[in-house]
Design a protein around this ligand. Structure first.
Ligand code: G3P
Length: 227
């Protein structure tokens, strides 16, 4: 299961990339609106930071299929290989996905996925990834983890190669559940990365080891002070 960062703030992305095993970055129009300005200034800076091998997911915002296709080509022309174009899993989006599958090598992430059948249709249209919104589904009174598991079952039962990139998390438990069923990727806001290891028992265990070492070696001493 790949871990991606769902954010567009360069400083936050840089910090998380230094600390965690990160495979890429996802953005959406709301995330880009928090930065403002020319979206490609932000996206080019992210691409430069994460490198051309990392995945970068960028959403098209047009409503009509042909406009989505044009946007997809434009986005990939500017941001290069390993850029996934996020396309909403709606009828005009499905049409755009089919056109892109027939006419290009552009990688598509079907986004705004709330139901298993949306994911199935997007997969049949050639999407590389589908992005179920786990927490938003929970907030509608359904079970985002269960929906994501059902999508995985449907893909497997129909021998589909489409992967899942689960999005919209509000706690680390949701991430744990999906890692147990082995989805292809999850994309997490920076605070969720920290929440995964934010546990007083872990911190206390590590602090106790350091205190025990300093008790015989001296304050601020480490293994570097000995041969
Ligand atoms: O891109 C979709 C996903 O990031 C939504 O997350 O936290 O706005 O529900 P959230």
């Amino acid at each position: 299961m790949k871990l991606l960062i769902d954010d567009a703030r360069i400083d936050e992305i840089e910090k998380i990339c230094e600390l965690f095993p990160v495979a890429g970055v996802t953005t959406n129009p709301t995330i880009l609106s928090r930065i403002g300005g020319n979206p490609f200034d932000t996206l080019k800076a992210i691409r430069e930071l994460i490198g051309e091998e990392a995945d970068l997911h960028v959403q098209a915002v047009s409503r009509r299929a042909q406009d989505i296709v044009d946007e997809a080509n434009h986005i990939v022309k500017i941001l290069g290989v390993n850029t996934f174009v996020k396309i909403p899993a709606l009828p005009e989006g499905f049409k755009a996905m089919k056109t892109l599958l027939e006419t290009s090598e552009i990688l598509v992430t079907a986004t705004a996925v709330y139901t298993p059948m949306q994911a199935f249709i997007a997969g049949q249209c050639g999407a590389a990834y589908v992005a179920p919104y786990v927490n938003r589904i929970d907030n509608m009174g359904f079970d985002g983890i269960r929906v994501t598991r059902e999508i995985k079952e449907i893909f497997s039962a129909n021998a589909m190669e489409t992967e899942i990139i689960a999005a919209s998390f509000k706690n680390s438990q949701q991430v744990l559940e999906l890692s147990r069923c082995g989805v292809g990727a999850v994309t997490l806001a920076p605070e969720i990365f920290y929440a995964i290891v934010n546990n007083s028992a872990i911190n206390s265990a590590v602090e106790n080891f350091i205190a025990d070492f300093e008790s015989f070696a001296g304050k601020d001493k480490t293994m570097l002070d000995f041969q």
